[in-house]
Design a protein around this ligand. Structure first.
Ligand code: NAP
Ligand code: MG
Length: 491
């Protein structure tokens, strides 16, 4: 059954007035239409922002005790757990990812609400020793109205990475999901409604980035905009935010290096490098899309890696046999195929993959083979630009110095990894990698407790951890005179 999704504004489920222009939401494994979502207008978005503003000013959320807000977050987490299977299936159907990946996303989303429910109950201010009779303290307050703009690769999880800290801190929010993947987020807002979060606190507005997203970034009534998506759109958000100098948090793209030294455990390095690039079909911002391998093991690595890449079973996310799923959209599939053509034209050697998959019913969806390029020059576009798909380049290097130079040679700085059995060398090298999320002898594990974000053009600010809360809080110093006397300054 095709579902008509709605906006959730001021506690009401409403449609946009633009009923003749709806967004068709597809299952990318089959191209079936699974839902229709509103294309909300600028004026309707402004109305949602006004609701969030008034709700914020009313204090129904910000004036609650942290225990009361935390209790709502716990109940949302419980609701996610209770609807786990349903949310997993919806994410698989809408995003194209395999079930095991969606299970990770939904489980982590519940944990993220619990993490911020716990964090907001912990130490929230500071006091300083200052000369008597003064007392100086620092308190944390919500920023106000938060505009949250979410991408399509981890639709539910990226929404929650923003919602949980924003709500924990006492802000009201207007969230825009990606048009490609609004389904799980809409279900999440139904669950938020069911736990009785006061109306107007959490608002959901569907629609185009250029309309709804742009309005959130521009609005003088939005105090902080938190965006996850591409570097190009991120730059536009930053410009749009200058009108009222709102706080800006940007989680952007990556082209992350995975450095493999000759002394690494070979099989582990191959295995983790596969996981690093092909998890999520490569549609992961932190993907290890540039593998750098030390000369002595380079040929052996290319052979072993490419063989295993060619054996990966690509297919529909709901087929337990599939190891990675569909590209989330036809546009994304075509973008990846275009990059594969660019790689060939630039003179790189295609070792395996490179094609759209169409056998056994896969022609109905957007599937691409795991693709490996070698013989690349460092300035080729397939080495420098984020492809955001199952395409990896493998480059040789000689020694630590060259590894670090190559690792840091793009505009991005999101993630990176080092594989070596020499712990001192591994630490030395990873410290020189200009990225915010790094690993040694593994790839991808991350935790709600630790900051997530990038150096250079991979973004500004950090999600998760205490840092993720900072995005949604202002800090205020309060200086109290405990002995009220004239200063005598002008006597
Ligand atoms: P995108 O095209 O930048 O879109 C991201 C979101 O921004 C979508 O909701 C989109 O809306 C909206 N948007 C588009 N144009 C806008 C505008 N002018 N003003 C305001 N909002 C606008 O990125 P994507 O293609 O969805 O996602 C892939 C990118 O996200 C990759 O670059 C990836 O690396 C990055 N990413 C980064 C992280 C991280 O943590 N650093 C995590 C996940 C993804 P519509 O698409 O609905 O129009
Ligand atoms: Mg886009």
């Amino acid at each position: 059954m095709t579902k008509q999704l709605k906006n959730y504004i001021n506690g009401e489920w409403t449609d946009s007035s633009q009923t003749d222009d709806r967004n068709e939401v597809l299952n990318p494994a089959t191209q079936e239409v699974i839902a229709y979502a509103p294309r909300t207008t600028k004026e309707e978005t402004e109305e949602a922002i006004r609701v969030a503003r008034e709700t914020y000013e009313s204090g129904v959320w910000s004036d609650l005790t942290v225990h009361e807000r935390a209790a709502y977050l716990d109940r949302i987490a419980d609701q996610i757990d209770e609807h786990f299977e349903e949310l997993v299936d919806l994410e698989v159907a809408n995003n194209g990812k395999i079930k095991a990946e969606a299970e990770f996303d939904i489980g982590d989303a519940a944990e993220c609400f619990r993490y911020y429910s716990g964090l907001i109950r912990t130490v929230q201010g500071e006091t300083y020793e200052v000369p008597e009779p003064m007392q100086a303290m620092v308190v944390r307050e919500p920023v106000g109205v938060a505009g949250l703009i979410v991408p399509w690769n981890l639709p539910m999880l990226m929404a929650v990475w923003k919602l949980a800290p924003a709500l924990a801190a006492g802000n009201t929010v207007v969230l825009k999901p990606a048009e490609l993947t609004p389904v799980t987020t809409t279900r999440l807002f139904e669950l938020i409604d069911e736990v009785g979060v006061p109306k107007g606190v959490a608002n959901l507005v569907h629609g185009r980035g250029s309309v709804v997203g742009q309005t959130l970034a521009e609005s003088d009534d939005v105090d902080v905009v938190s965006f996850t998506g591409s570097t190009d759109v991120g730059k536009g958000i930053m410009k749009a935010a200058t009108g009222n100098l709102k706080k800006v948090s940007l989680e952007l793209g990556g082209k992350s290096p995975n450095i493999i030294f000759a002394d690494a455990k070979f099989d582990v390095a191959v295995d983790m490098a596969l996981f690093g690039i092909f998890f999520g079909a490569g549609q992961v911002c932190s993907a290890g899309s540039r593998i750098l391998v030390e000369e002595p093991i380079y040929d052996r690595f290319v052979e072993a890696f490419s063989k295993r890449a060619s054996e990966i079973r690509v297919g529909p996310g709901n087929d337990p046999n599939s190891q990675f799923g569909a590209m989330t959209s036809e546009k994304q599939m075509n973008r990846v195929l275009e990059y594969i053509e660019i790689g060939k034209k630039e003179g790189a050697t295609l070792v395996t993959g490179g094609q759209r998959l169409t056998e056994n019913g896969l022609d109905r969806g957007f599937f691409i083979e795991p693709t490996v390029f070698v013989d690349v020059d460092n300035d080729m576009r397939i080495v420098q630009e984020e492809i955001f798909g199952p395409v990896v380049t493998i480059q040789p290097f000689n020694g630590e110095k060259e590894a670090i130079e190559l690792a840091n040679s793009t505009d991005y700085g999101l993630a990176g990894a080092v594989f070596s059995q020499d712990p001192a060398k591994a630490l030395r090298v990873i410290k020189k990698v200009r990225s915010g999320i790094t690993w040694v002898n593994t790839y991808h594990p991350t935790y709600n407790e630790a900051p997530w974000g990038g150096y250079k053009q991979s973004g500004i600010g950090r999600s998760l951890g205490t840092y993720g809360l900072d995005d949604f809080q202002e800090v205020k110093q309060i200086n109290i005179n405990l002995e009220v006397e004239p200063t005598g300054w002008f006597d």
